[in-house]
Design a binder for this molecule. Sequence first.
Ligand code: GAL
Length: 415
Amino acid sequence: MFMKTTLAATTAALTIMGTASFAGPQAEVLHYWTSGGEAKSVAVLQKEFADNGGTWTDMPVAGGGGDAAMTALRARVLSGNAPTAVQLKGPAIQEWYEEGVLADISSVAEANGWADVLPANIASHMKCEGTWCAAPVNVHRVDWIWASADILKANGIALPTTWDEFNAAADKLQAAGITPLAHGGQSWQDATVFEAVALGIGGADFYKKAFVELDDATLTSDTMVAVFDQMRKMRGYVDPNFSGRDWNLATAMVMNGEAAFQIMGDWAKGEFMAAGKVPGEDFLCISTPGDGFLYNVDSFAMFDVDGADKKAGQDLLAKLVVGKTFQKTFNLNKGSIPARTDVDLADFDSCAHLSASDMAASNDNGSLLPSYAHGMALRGAQSGAITDVVTAHFNSDMSSADAVAMLSKAIKNSM
Ligand code: GAL
């Protein structure tokens, strides 16, 4: 009797433990999508994950651009307690792969045919030594101008197509007592404006030589001096309270008619959409002056964690993120366009269609370029070195020549 009872109890205990150790797909997800439009977008993924039996533990880390999120990630990994999945992109994926802490999601990628539906340059960012190590969410364009339709109409101003037109419009608005440029004085936002100016003034080849290849002759060229000259003018177009402002509060200034323009990636469109604003009526979009397209592809990397439930959560999350349904619904909210090439854009707005057509044209003429400011072009040490100089110049009376000299030196010291 004793043996039978013990055996039955043991079997029951093991069954319960077995069940308890796999309570369905689990994922603790570190991300920095905390603004109105961002939160609405990530809620799409949370819902789809739950609808497929997953349990999502949210780990949002506020701070546009993700610097704070990456600091939190480093702390978690160093303490041996990595999140299940992390919003991670560009060369940072390779840096974490080289630390040996990323999970291989090739089985999910191959089972779902990612290679057949992702553009080659996007797929390349998601691969680590031939294996799939991240799942792409979208394609954000960085080099956008967002404008208040009412302010432009009331002041007889057309959307600028050159930097001279931008400056003339800004001067006219400033003379009328209107803040030309809504801006948040945070380093990543200064860098966002800087790279759009650099692309516009220098062109695609200049941008690529400077911020992808780190060519010193280009970094110290007269063209780079001209870029910093324009940045000095941009500094003159912001309001006195710009310092430290979050990017979505700058977007709100344009939305509320407190400023005419914002130069920001199209996650700003997510804010307009979340507020019920209509593109082409309430706000206008145009690429910043100059040819080219600065892309910023958000993605999720899965970290090596223990537990069948977490591994199941990673596989489910990766599958959903690149799934056709999610790629449409998420990006309609986020302001980006799908990473997948087979999603019908009929329900997307005019700004998204412009983004998609410009991305295709830029891909064809070699001006589809990785955003340095948003971590797509360089590793952290180098991108940080550039941004430190840009924000130092923006927040001082540093001359363009001194900024160029400092840029060259900072990059050399970061190597
Ligand atoms: C970017 C990110 C976007 C958006 C933006 C503002 O780096 O790729 O998805 O979150 O920062 O936080």
